[in-house]
Write a new protein. Structure first.
Length: 154
């Protein structure tokens, strides 16, 4: 059952028409559920789960022989990785490319790092203590895993 749900969750997230979701924000699972609940009755039937699993497998089985080969799985994973990387690069450029020229300059990156240091230096003494460092890392981890956008401030 766990494997089926894993395949099903990947089905929903792998659909070409799906938009990127932030897994840590709690909305990811809800969007998958909504997509799988095709009759919109608020629950998932065995048929809905099986249908999603079959659609997933058909999407990976490029030669349509009814089997997923190692090559097909590798190609599928590479496609998914490339899609995620593209979304990451778009978010990166949107956040850091302040002048909108399509490139991130050293100056733009320095400005970000300076701001990040200032946010970590919570008592404004020009230094980051061990406690401030740990708090900043905890905040960064929460932002990275809970909300994957690049915030300007807390």
């Amino acid at each position: 059952a766990a494997i089926s749900l894993l395949l099903v969750s990947a089905t929903a997230s792998a659909s070409p028409d799906s938009k990127p979701h932030h897994r840590g924000d709690g909305k990811f699972a809800e969007k998958i559920f909504e997509k799988l609940d095709t009759d919109k009755d608020g629950s998932l039937s065995r048929e809905e789960v099986a249908s999603a699993r079959e659609a997933r497998m058909q999407g990976i089985d490029k030669d349509k022989d009814g089997f997923i080969s190692a090559d097909e799985l590798t190609a599928h994973r590479a496609e998914r990785y490339a899609e995620r990387q593209e979304r990451h690069h778009e978010r990166f450029a949107k956040h850091f490319d302040k002048d909108g020229d399509g490139r991130v300059s050293v100056e733009e990156m320095k400005a970000y790092q300076s701001g990040r240091f200032a946010r970590a230096d919570s008592n404004n003494d020009g230094k980051v203590s061990r406690e401030e460092w740990q708090a900043a890392r905890k905040h960064h981890h929460r932002m990275k895993h809970g909300d994957t956008h690049y915030p300007d401030k807390d």
